[in-house]
Write a protein that binds this ligand. Sequence first.
Ligand code: HEM
Ligand code: HEM
Length: 176
Amino acid sequence: MHRYSQVTIAIHWLTAVLVIVAWFTAVSGPDARTDPSYVHFTVGLAVLLLVVPRLLARWAAAPRVEDPQRRWLDLAARAGHAVLYLLLVALPLTGWYAASRLGVPVSFLGISLPSLAAPVQGAPGEIADLHETGGTLILWLAGLHALIAIWHQFALKDRTLERMNPLAPSDLTQDG
Ligand code: HEM
Ligand code: HEM
């Protein structure tokens, strides 16, 4: 049984809060052009900034000890986590692209970022649509992910929640 490092745990929970704030501050339609939410841009780009060290820490970590009794569950968890990571990278990038297409300047903590695409007059296009759909999908997936983690903890009693708990007893092996 392993647990995550305190840095990974901190990034996990901070990312969860940032994603929720990004969802609540998102605007669409004409408002996205005339009254864009800079809080949305900032928290969304912070998600992108945080996912990089998190993935590096994950790859540098010792391999996870798998439970041979529940190999399919382990594979399902890996697939689910991969989709979440994909969205954590793709959402900020597609959002940045959507803002560029809408002609809205993007900055992060006062630093102006370059446009990812030339501005257009009408709708910002399919990648912007994907951003909107993905932005809602990540919340549903994260909710499902949380329910599965709770099921692991209380039904399978395999201490899954403790892996992500910064205050859990430290008798677990640390590996990521
Ligand atoms: C937007 C919200 C969230 C996102 C994007 C997210 C994302 C992730 C990702 C990508 C992992 C895989 C970590 C790795 O192995 O590299 C993970 C693990 C985990 N998450 Fe979340 N999570 C969110 C919310 C939550 C919530 C609300 C809970 C609480 C029930 C939770 C509990 C856990 C646990 C216990 C693990 C460890 C699972 C394991 O080791 O098998 N997460 N999360
Ligand atoms: C985890 C990060 C993010 C999440 C969860 C997220 C979520 C969303 C959601 C749900 C919408 C649709 C709102 C609605 O239809 O009412 C949206 C729209 C939008 N977001 Fe994000 N977003 C994220 C990051 C970003 C970033 C980093 C940027 C820009 C730098 C951005 C720019 C935009 C723009 C311009 C729109 C309007 C698109 C349009 O009208 O077609 N987003 N976002």
